[in-house]
Ligand binder design. Structure first.
Ligand SMILES: [Zn+2]
Length: 108
């Protein structure tokens, strides 16, 4: 288990996830999610714990960068890698690397 994510200013745990990082609910400090091992536990839409190397199935159509041509629901993503941040699942769809929110997948 990695250490829980804490606010770098006031050290309170369990910050809120934002689009590209975290926001501390206590002091309002925002920071980017590129801090070392700040991955924590990643659970799918059903609460199943995910690990790097798992296969997952996308359960909701995903838009990529807000553009058309995203990922369709039902797409299988093989051999995911967990990364720190708001979109903790790093996988490849049709050869393209994407980051996915854990709540939009289920373990295959
Ligand atoms: Zn804080």
């Amino acid at each position: 288990m990695s250490d829980p994510i804490t606010c770098p200013i006031c050290t309170m745990p369990e910050p809120l996830a934002t689009a590209d990082g975290f926001e501390c609910a206590t002091c309002g400090h925002e920071w980017l999610a590129d801090i070392g091992d700040g991955i924590g536990e990643v659970r799918d839409a059903h609460g199943t714990l995910l690990a790097s190397g798992d296969d997952v199935i996308v359960i909701k159509e995903l838009k990529l960068d807000g553009k058309a041509g995203g990922v369709k629901a039902g797409t299988k993503v093989k051999g995911i890698r967990l990364v720190a941040g708001d979109h903790p699942i790093d996988g490849k769809v049709n050869g393209r690397g994407i980051l996915i929110k854990a709540e939009f997948v289920r373990k295959a």
